[in-house]
Design a protein around this ligand. Sequence first.
Ligand SMILES: Cc1ncc(COP(=O)(O)O)c(C=O)c1O
Length: 458
Amino acid sequence: MKLPLEPFRIKMVEPLKIISREEREALIKTAGYNVFKIPAEKVFIDLLTDSGTSAMSDAQWAGLMQGDESYAGCRNYYNLQETVEEITGYPYVLPTHQGRAAENILFSTLLDKNSVVPSNIHFDTTRANIEYLGATALDCVVDEGLDAEIEHPFKGNMDPLKLKAAISTYGTERIPLVCLTITNNSGGGQPVSMDNIREIKEICHTHSIPFFLDAARFAENAYFIKLRNEKYKDISVPQLVREMFSYADGCWVSAKKDAMVNIGGFIALQDKMLFEKLQNLLILREGFPTYGGLAGRDLQVMAIGLKEVLNEDYLAYRLEQVAFLGNLLLEAGIPIVKPVGGHAVYINAKKFCSHLPQSQFPAQALTVALYLEAGIRAVEIGSLMFAYRDNGSGKWHYPELELVRLAIPRRVYTASHLKYVADAIITLYQNRNQLKGLKLVNDPPFLRHFTAVLEKLD
Ligand SMILES: Cc1ncc(COP(=O)(O)O)c(C=O)c1O
């Protein structure tokens, strides 16, 4: 199998240590079978998230030294604003400390409790920020995006018919914005096609509904478009990115992904009036608009990362690296979401643990087993994250997809690390019938998976 060729060399290393299985067993029990509560030092390969876990480049580390820590008007803000405008075409930029703060500020300004916000699939913090305001987060992804097995080049697309149906059901006055998550994290890191972005924009435009991109992985999305749509194969990534953004009124970005920083985010807009409105809440919640909850040095490394990520050698390696892990698993017959997404491999836990009903959290059971087997930390994206109880009947509703996400931090792990991960999963698959389910002991009201406590079922 073709090895992903890293377009960088390693200048600094961080030691990794694997602790004993007995220690892991004790730790996971104390953690309530929730891997978020395990100290990172007790993890060997950490695939919990690709968010804020990137290795910065030497240019970014140098950029840290160029931080201008003035309260107002630091030069790093202007540098970031120019970079974001150059990349997206949006002139109005508000930094935030991370993506969810951007969501909070945007939604608190635009939504009320009757609002309905259609997306392809809302990411968990996006959904939580909407529901916290009493509003409704509506997923309108194409049917292929809900089927882990179907091969389709753009499974992150929104179904235009579902969007039109939502508009006629709720009326435009209840839909303050439509958004597209690029790439679609909760649906397997699947890309959205340029044609789909354009079509959704046209529908929004016809009904005068603002259209936003949740663009944490905008560069990975653009590179998928280049690879998977013949029409775009000779167009450069910066041009593709610019075209994607040109169809929307604005975006919010968790810079902890494609901007390759450890902390940061921003909102970028076409509309000056909305920018001015959001500024007020930004000052209250994050800080003065030229720093938005970040240090000047953070703004500087974000601006550098936003440019670095557009490098096509990097993007080719990035997608190959994720595909490499996916292909090792596919070759062993392990059910994963196909095709492999941009930042992660998603195991289809419904199939992997077909003996466990969703009420026993099969994806979480597999996540726990992976930690016990090899000290690998993944994350559940399934019933623990999304199942909810009907207020009236008390009946549980389970999500269509029951996944374990192996998110690959950018520029951090080598092909040998990924082979180690694949071998551990293959061993678990060979013994999958021994996996036991879990039960929920406490049930936090939102974003349950971060703090939930579970128990092992016998
Ligand atoms: C698509 C998407 N939107 C928003 C967020 C939230 O960003 P943050 O973690 O920076 O708050 C994430 C984080 O994973 C994400 O993947």
